[in-house]
Ligand binder design. Structure first.
Ligand code: PLP
Length: 221
């Protein structure tokens, strides 16, 4: 694996599209992240709080850290002071906790709501109904230290490109509907986080603004 070459490849490919690259560095050693940083990466994605915090302490402060994995409420406090974007908010309870920790840290924490689009049982996320309920709730309205800047979704893990495309299209449709249907101080819907190493091309074609790429940059985990 030549991390530098891989990064340059994706930066070039993404430059045409305006889509942002999130380098997913979970399980990879600090040296690998430094190599990516030196190749120009400023956005790193991790899925475990402890690992994210450890790496954040060791790496330059101009990095934007993305929490891309399922987040437990009792761990929000560890990342609240610095996290750049939380991608996988999937309940109002979690959002409330992030809001509380945002207030303690005197900041507004950018979040994406994770929407369930896959056919698999195991994936986290809100259904479209749950999403609408959350966005319309007075609890959501009363928050002052979070901002929902978009949605995140994961397609089914399959070779069926058609199915993946349909799932991304459904997220894009929900995104457009919510942009048109909800107007709110806590909402600034501009990001669609979708696409990973195996399906990022389809995701970009279907409107992704951030792709989360791990193994295609850093090698298999
Ligand atoms: C691990 C992970 C990725 C990156 O997956 P790759 O297939 O290695 O590119 C993207 N998003 C989430 C939520 C992940 O957990």
């Amino acid at each position: 694996m030549n991390i530098k070459n891989n990064i340059l490849h994706y930066q070039k490919e993404l430059a045409r599209t305006g889509c942002k690259l999130i380098a997913v560095s979970k399980t990879k050693p600090i040296e690998a992240l430094i190599e990516a940083y030196e190749a120009g990466v400023k956005d790193f994605g991790e899925n475990k709080v402890q690992e994210l915090v450890e790496k954040q302490e060791l790496l330059p402060s101009d990095i934007t850290w993305h929490m891309i994995g399922h987040l437990q409420r009792n761990k929000v406090k560890y990342i609240a002071p610095f996290i750049g974007l939380i991608h996988a908010v999937d309940s109002q309870k979690l959002l409330k906790e992030i809001d509380k920790e945002g207030k303690k840290n005197n900041r507004v924490i950018p979040c994406l709501l994770q929407i369930y689009i896959a056919a698999e049982e195991t994936k986290f996320g809100l259904s479209e109904d749950e999403l609408r309920e959350l966005l319309a709730s007075s609890t959501f309205e009363s928050m002052n230290n979070i901002k929902i800047t978009g949605f995140m979704g994961m397609a089914t893990f399959t070779d069926n490109a058609n199915q993946i495309r349909k799932e991304f299209q459904s997220l894009q449709r929900i995104f457009e509907d919510c942009k048109a249907g909800f107007n709110h101080k806590n909402l600034a819907l501009q990001e669609l986080s979708m696409g990973m190493s195996n399906d990022y091309k389809i995701a970009i074609e279907e409107g992704s603004t951030m792709v989360r790429i791990g193994s295609a940059i850093f090698g298999a985990r």
